[in-house]
Design a protein around this ligand. Structure first.
Ligand code: IVH
Length: 701
């Protein structure tokens, strides 16, 4: 596609997004939509966000509705998008897989509700079922005599691509489901294959290590994963399938069994009972549209905390009888609507790149972009991770870039829009020297992605180490945030970590914006931190590769932190679970006289360097009640927090794990336990305890 065409359709889109197109624009608008569809479906390289595309699509629909003569067979409104490739066999769905109409605000939802009332003649409240709108790839799975016999992608809605072998690798899809117990011979369930955000992050971490290009978001890797040629590759993606509809269910004698299920919420519950993964902790029945609107607001606010990527919710008329009256258009059911959350993608200009120096000297390039709104926040800085990231995305200063917040709250650059370049863009030149101390940057080995400054005296690094030292994750000094560290360092009060414990609180009280009260508060937080266990102190020193867990393991084996000055690498390696990298780095740290002196100074200022009770390993007695058991807590506990419960369990010899599997021995269920309980029950070997039973076994009840 030529450069001019790309620019033309980008500019037109932006123009109409600012001021809606009119009927005289109709042909050009269709062309523009077709171009952007092609970028999305064929090139897999969208220029517009989904939200922007939908807005243009709706403009076309409005124009066509006002003057139906403008509708042509090739209008983007006249077809359902397809995701075909050449390689998988086409199959026809038992009933077409429709898509959903979209809504974006309260008003749209109220209109939808009015429309339902009009269609059904109902005058009272309409009951709705609200579900997450999963952002992945949809599939249809056919069961014949309880056996999974065929699975297909959605394709164009009428026909999909067969991917039965791939589907069979997905652990969340039962290979056999007891439909016959309900009198159903043939069934087709519809669901969405998605990748949990944390699994997605791990997938990308692994790819980064192997030097592969990273997936842009969980959706792409899920849709791609469903259509792999090699089923093993599908399995490796960690895709889970959420069932959201029983599309077809027929008895031996041809009776339509869907008729027997009066409500959509019952249908979903039934699918859960049959062994499918359902959004049990999210799917909710609302009495009327006002309840729906309130609920959606809560979900949108809580969106980042949900373990799966969701781009909105789906509102469905709950009563089947009413669904039937409403019926469907060619494209979507009239009884359901998707509510799209605010856009998580935007385009902006990359204006500059700055280089941040981390606490162990890693240099992170950070893009400065023109401030842009993205899913409720203004973004102006975005991490570019490392040099390789910049090169692989071919980013240049002055580029238009697509940015996204997906998977987590951190925004990132998806790509630059090379088609829109004017020629004035400039390459990004990664520095050869540390921007703070001018030491030549190095890569310790080929596998490392980051360039590092290895000067231990580098002022920028020291500052970062102090910021980390006082942070919640390390010594947890309340009231001593980044801003105060920077301010005190500028005043020359913080040259290294030990200076934190030698501050002059009287002078601090006299600083602008401080006063006696805040100075006293800071002093008492620092005094408290001096008593921290040495495992915390070790972790707070920013020793390369020394994390929380390894710090704890080392602390268990020493009486005093400075004992480590006499340890060899072999001594560290003799601790179970300490590897050569940690051994090398920690022993190098303590071989440095300056570090030992700094710790001695800290001790003389009152910082605890001696092993305390908290550092000692929990001795598990042979007769500990939960010795060698694995345990998991689910639902909301009433008598203790999750953290407390885990600690109690560990003290009683159990190992707390995070997922239900065949390895789980005990599941403790609090209130509103959801899918974990169902799964554990399905496994059959998991002991299911109430909170009281748990406390009773520990002798605490
Ligand atoms: S119901 C007849 N429910 O959204 C009803 N769809 O734009 C059609 N999707 O192709 C679908 N979560 O892949 C439904 N809870 C949910 C959904 C959902 C995600 C996807 C599905 C569908 C697309 C429609």
């Amino acid at each position: 596609m030529s450069e001019t065409k790309a620019k033309k359709y980008f500019d037109l889109a932006k123009k109409w997004l600012a001021k809606a197109a009119t009927s005289s624009d109709v042909e050009l608008l269709k062309e523009t939509l077709r171009y952007h569809e092609w970028k999305y479906y064929v090139e897999n390289d969208p220029v517009l966000s989904d939200y922007e595309y939908d807005q243009l699509y709706n403009q076309l629909k409005t124009i066509e509705e006002a003057d139906p003569q403008l509708i042509t067979p090739d209008s983007p409104t006249q077809r359902v998008a397809s995701d075909f490739t050449q390689d998988l066999d086409p199959v026809k769905h038992l009933v077409p897989m429709l898509s959903l109409d979209n809504s974006y605000n309260d008003e749209d939802l109220k209109k939808f509700d009015e429309q339902i009332k009009k269609l059904t003649g109902e005058t009272g409240d309409i009951e709705y079922c609200v579900e997450p709108k999963f952002d992945g790839g949809s599939i249809a799975v056919v069961y014949e005599d309880d056996q999974l016999v065929r699975a297909a992608t959605r394709g164009n809605g009428a026909q999909g691509e067969e991917m039965t072998l791939n589907a069979k690798t997905l652990p969340s899809l039962p290979l056999n489901a007891p439909f016959s117990s309900l009198g159903i011979k043939t069934a087709e369930i519809r669901g969405e294959g998605v990748i949990r955000k944390d699994i997605f992050a791990k997938l990308n971490e692994a790819r980064a290590l192997e030097g592969k290009t990273l997936f842009a978001n969980p959706r792409n890797s899920a849709t791609g994963g469903l259509r792999m040629k090699d089923p093993n590759e599908t399995r490796a993606r960690g895709i889970e399938v959420f069932a959201f509809q029983l599309g077809y269910a027929v008895a031996e004698d041809g009776t339509d069994m869907l008729q027997m299920i009066n409500r959509h919420s019952q249908q979903i519950a039934l699918l859960g009972e049959l062994g499918f993964k359902i959004p049990s902790d999210k799917e909710v029945v609302c009495k009327n549209i006002d309840e729906v609107i309130t609920l959606i607001k809560q979900w949108e606010a809580d969106r980042e905390n949900y373990p799966y990527e969701i781009d909105g919710v789906v509102v469905k008329v709950n009563r089947r009888a009413l669904q039937e009256i409403c019926g469907s258009t060619q494209h979507h059911p009239r009884w359901a609507i998707a509510f799209k959350f605010k856009a998580k993608q935007a385009t902006t200009t990359l204006v500059d790149v700055e280089y941040q120096i981390g606490k162990i000297g890693s240099i992170t390039p950070v893009a400065k972009v023109l401030p842009v709104h993205l899913a409720g926040v203004t973004v102006s800085s975005i991490s570019l991770h490392n040099e390789e990231f910049i090169t692989s995305k071919d980013l240049r200063i002055g580029d238009q870039v697509v940015i996204e917040r997906a998977g987590d709250v951190i925004p990132y650059i998806v790509k630059s829009l090379a088609d829109l370049r004017t020629g004035d863009e400039e390459p990004i030149v990664f520095p050869k020297e540390c921007p703070s101390c001018s030491t030549e940057l190095v890569k310790e080995d080929e596998m490392q992605a980051a360039w590092r400054c290895i000067n231990p005296e580098c002022p920028a690094q020291i500052l970062q180490r102090i910021i980390f030292h006082v942070s919640k994750a390390a010594m947890d000094i309340d009231g001593f945030g980044r801003a105060n560290v920077e301010r005190f360092a500028e005043l020359g009060w913080l040259r290294d970590i030990s200076d934190v414990y030698d501050l002059d609180y009287e002078t601090i009280a006299g600083l602008d914006g401080f006063g006696q009260k805040s100075a006293d508060k800071l002093q008492s937080s620092i005094e408290k931190a001096k008593q921290n266990p040495i495992s915390k102190l070790l972790h707070s020193l920013s020793i390369h590769h020394l994390g929380k867990k390894a710090s704890k393991l080392i602390a268990e084996h020493i009486d005093h932190v400075l004992d480590l000055a006499n340890w060899s690498e072999e001594d560290f390696l003799s601790i179970k679970d300490i590897g050569p990298v940690v051994a090398r780095n920690v022993s190098a740290y303590f071989a440095e006289a300056a570090n030992v002196e700094m710790l001695q100074r800290m001790e003389s200022l009152g910082v605890n360097l001696t092993q305390t009770e908290e550092d000692r390993p929990i001795a598990v007695a042979d007769n500990a009640p939960l010795r060698d058991k694995t345990i998991l807590f689910t639902g909301s506990l009433q008598k203790m927090t999750r953290g407390e419960a885990k600690k109690k369990a560990e003290a009683a010899g159990a190992k707390a794990i995070s997922a239900v599997s065949g390895n789980l021995n005990i599941l403790v269920v609090g209130e509103k336990a959801g899918s974990k309980l169902k799964k554990a029950e399905a496994i059959g070997t998991v002991e299911i305890w109430t909170e009281d039973q748990f406390l009773e076994i520990l002798g605490e009840l």
